[in-house]
Ligand binder design. Sequence first.
Ligand SMILES: *Cc1c(COP(=O)(O)O)cnc(C)c1O
Length: 415
Amino acid sequence: MASINQNFLKLSAGYLFPEIARRVNAYASAHPDRAANIIRCGIGDVTEPLPAVAVAALHEGANDLADRKRFRGYGPPTGHEFVREAIAQSEFRDRGMQIANDEIFLSDGSKPDASNFLRILGNENRVAVPDPVYPVYVDTNVMAGRTGACDASDRYTGLIYMDGTPSNGFVPKPPSERADVVYLCFPNNPTGATISRGELQAWVDWAQANDALLLFDAAYEAFIRDESIPRSIFEIPGARSCAVEFRSFSKNGGFTGLRCGYTVVPKEVTGSCPDGKRIPLHGLWMRHWGTCSNGVSWPVQRAAAALCTPEGRRQMRELTDFYLENARILRASVEELGLQCWGGVHAPYVWLKCPDGLGSWQAFDQLLHASQLVVTPGAGFGRCGEGFIRVSAFNSQDNVIEAGKRLRSLVAAAV
Ligand SMILES: *Cc1c(COP(=O)(O)O)cnc(C)c1O
């Protein structure tokens, strides 16, 4: 008899997005007349078509595969050299960061990378996560067996939770207890918070002093419009010895359906063996790729490289400018209602405090039922998200303007 990985049984029942979909579908089938009126600002998925350079490269890539002379089969598991070179040069070296081509590991996205990276880390690591948090960091650790059960407050024993609150601007400080692996994500999903250079330096200093590994998720770096805010942890002195960075073309290039991302693993980052010896994570991660994957498809790699050209960068900028304008509109609507909010600048999410006494899911239901607006309940991102909601700027401008108006029903509900 095939037994199952029992860690899956520990996962708390409602993964956030299926539960949102369930409630939206139930509403739509109960109110078919209003179903067409629903505006979805819940899931963080992009809405605009791919940049033209990426589309052209995809066509070219398909033509390559149709031609005996240009045909490509298996490539290097971590990506073709010209793609890794284009990324390392345009995203890092041109900005003064010393990242080698072979420190870029191309993948089908950051979600799988964040999940797979756990394979090369020991199960005895003490893992710290922010709260609120991108649920993937927590659930993948649960599946890997790095936690105990989920308690009544929706927290897993064995994980260290770092509270994000209005008083720290949703930028947690290093924990006081020992942690070996720490997740950071800036600009943040769900709160839209950014981290200052000084704050990130403090994290790197702490990681070095405490021999900890920082897993830095920079999926939203392309939304930063202020040079003083770090776009990569490798802008911070010392990070090369204690940090790994997850990057994705999902949000800057609209690749959520196409699938491409990468992990940056500097050769200086090491982990310890039982005998105290240090081993570079770079080699282990390389081994993981060689054994478990044959990499990213040829047309997609061509499309990713196209985004790294000057014209590709211009088109990504145009795309992120579009979503940032949406975020600005949403934030202005929230402020007009007199509600406290975070994000919406340098990030495609607005995070807002529900009016007094309204819980996250109550606010969610209120917005869905009174105005057919779908948002994300903050409680789905952790205990500290209770009493907040996330509104995504990934939508058409007309929908965002309309969503801004519909948020009014939140205030109406409170009075
Ligand atoms: C969207 C997102 C990603 C990107 O995931 P992909 O698998 O590359 O699409 C990574 N991290 C966070 C926090 C995200 O919100």
